[in-house]
Write a protein that binds this ligand. Structure first.
Ligand SMILES: NC(=O)C1=CN([C@@H]2O[C@H](COP(=O)(O)OP(=O)(O)OC[C@H]3O[C@@H](n4cnc5c(N)ncnc54)[C@H](O)[C@@H]3O)[C@@H](O)[C@H]2O)[C@@H](O)CC1
Ligand SMILES: [K+]
Length: 511
């Protein structure tokens, strides 16, 4: 699903209004009716006080329409108009009159006003600012936002948490509503998924307001949200008349004394995701452990006991996964450099492989094109330099990926795959996966997918999604704390099956 910018969303609104021959207040009515239906279906007339804080633009207008509808259905409401500007929008004014016609008299809040009491048992509707926010809220508005945040009331934000801009980090972090729930109109917003801005959003949901499909389909975006509908078409079915050679031969290069487990995990996940053959290249000390732990894997070793050295293999691998647990011993660094120079096949490079590249940036030119780099934030920083915000981080990663023609997988709560100027934001995974070896499993999976013929970028997007899904399935039996990297591997098969699971309704209908 595409992630649109604020400008593009305004265009979508305009295009819808024009195409359907409706007025902008009719679109607002449609949007706010969705908000009302959502609340009404959950509250079912419960006598809880709903305090609506409405700005003076169209986000505030949405809040006023919602207030009118709640009032018409007998809910107990208090409406506050947050008077931060004289430039009230037409649809705000129209709906203010309609609200007054229903005998609801809002409380107007300005710089001098006392802050209203909010009980922790109230429901707050936050309709102060929407996607039109273009500068920091004034201090008194910021104080009101702090007051809402301190109330501990359930806070439902309309479209976006007020104070959160769509294209940058907030000017003042405390002047942003911390939303319990965001009901966002039709399209996901990038800020929900970035570490610096996602913290303001506890849960979110999209409400379809019928924006112009043609406009949405034809417009190109810089980011895309990756869910099941996006990954299913990437899946490459196994063929009946195939053999293990059809699915590639992966070479996993990694390990050092005490870190052979990383390679076991990567080889295991590489096989489990479907690589036809897997060979591990290890220091000698890892030989017995590897042969015992993963019998399906073939093992080659270098000449040194505790570290990788001279990477020589007597076959042409389809793809190489390299870097986990290798350390930065001089011999290892030169073996890694020579290997990069010699190999033309795309690689998946992780962990110390990335750290070596950060220390020896002249090696970057030897990284085969269309390789996949899988850094966590610290490794990324070493590679591309410091950034001042998540937005700058994404821009720098895009520039780096373009310069070396590689795919970058920025690991995190919402892993983002960067390629060719675009970011693919993953939706699976959970905090239980922040555990030792989880990254090794991911690198094995991406390698195994490339071995089977997935393109580098598809393997990254699909692998990240499947890895997260396997973690989500695993966590249902272990809980967050007890989830281990091996549990993720154990659930790769179920994750594949889950991709093709029919929703229960359809299953019933089909008999
Ligand atoms: N355009 C449409 O047709 C629709 C718009 N909708 C709603 O409209 C919202 C956008 O409305 P608006 O464009 O009116 O913008 P907002 O309601 O987000 O903000 C109102 C206005 O405040 C001003 N402003 C920005 N930052 C400020 C600050 N820090 N201090 C004081 N004033 C500031 C801007 O001029 C802005 O236009 C969406 O988020 C959504 O809730 C929905 O009703 C769906 C349909
Ligand atoms: K809002």
């Amino acid at each position: 699903m595409k992630i649109f910018s604020a400008d593009q969303i305004y265009q979508a609104d305009k295009s819808t209004i024009k195409k359907e021959g409706i007025t902008s207040d009719e679109l607002m009515e449609r949007a706010a009716t969705q908000l009302f239906d959502w609340m009404h279906s959950r509250l079912r007339g419960t006598q809880v006080t709903v305090q609506l804080f409405c700005g003076i633009g169209n986000n505030g207008g949405d809040g006023l329409v919602l207030a009118r509808k709640l009032n018409e259905h007998g809910y107990s409401i208090k409406v506050h108009v947050v008077n931060y500007s004289d430039k009230r929008s037409d649809d705000f004014l129209l709906n203010l009159e309609r609200l007054k016609d229903g005998k609801v008299w809002p409380n107007f809040i300005n710089e001098e006003s006392d802050l209203p009491d909010i009980s922790p048992n109230d429901i707050v509707v936050d309709a102060i600012f929407g996607i039109g926010l273009n500068r920091s809220p004034d201090e008194w508005v910021g104080n009101l936002i702090n007051h809402i945040n301190a109330s501990q009331a359930f806070t439902l934000s309309v479209d976006v948490p007020s104070g959160l801009p769509l294209d940058r980090v907030p000017w003042e972090p405390s002047f942003v509503v911390r939303a319990s729930y965001v009901l966002t109109f039709q399209l996901p917003k990038l800020v929900f998924f970035l570490p610096q801005t996602g913290v303001y959003v506890n849960q979110w949901e999209m409400l379809d307001i019928g924006l112009d499909r043609d406009y949405l389909n034809r417009t190109q975006t810089h980011f895309e949200l990756i869910g099941r509908p996006e990954v299913l078409p990437l899946y490459r079915p196994r063929l009946k008349f195939s053999h293990k050679g059809t699915y590639g031969h992966s070479l996993i290069v990694g390990g050092s004394y005490g870190k052979i487990g990383a390679v076991q995990l990567a080889c295991n996940s590489c096989l489990t995701v479907g690589s036809g053959l897997v060979t591990a290249f290890l220091p000698k000390c890892g030989y017995d452990a590897m042969q015992t732990a993963v019998p399906e894997v073939m093992v080659l070793t270098g000449s040194r006991d505790r570290n990788i050295s001279g990477i020589e293999v007597p076959f042409e691998p389809t793809v190489v996964g390299i870097g986990i647990g290798i350390g930065q011993d001089d011999d290892t660094v030169s073996a890694f450099g020579a290997f990069l120079k010699r190999m033309g096949t795309p690689m998946v490079i992780d962990a110390d492989g990335l750290n070596i590249l950060s220390h020896k940036p002249d090696m970057l030119k030897d990284v085969p094109e269309m390789s996949v780099l899988t850094p966590h934030p610290k490794e990324l920083e070493r590679l591309i330099g410091k950034w001042s915000s998540d937005f700058e981080k994404l821009e720098k990663a895009k520039t780096f990926a373009a310069k070396y023609n590689v795919v970058i997988v920025i690991k995190g709560a919402h892993t983002i795959t960067i390629y060719n100027g675009k970011g693919y934001v993953n939706t699976t995974g959970n905090p239980g996966m922040a555990t030792a070896g989880s990254g090794d499993v991911l690198m094995g999976m991406i390698t195994g997918l490339m071995a089977q013929g997935y393109s580098s970028v598809d393997a990254a997007i699909f692998g990240v999604y499947l890895h997260g899904l396997a973690g989500d399935l695993g966590v249902s039996t272990t809980g967050y704390e007890a989830l281990r990297a091996s549990t993720i591997i154990d659930h790769i098969g179920k994750a594949y099956a889950e991709l093709f699971r029919q929703p229960e309704m359809e299953q019933n209908e089909n008999g």
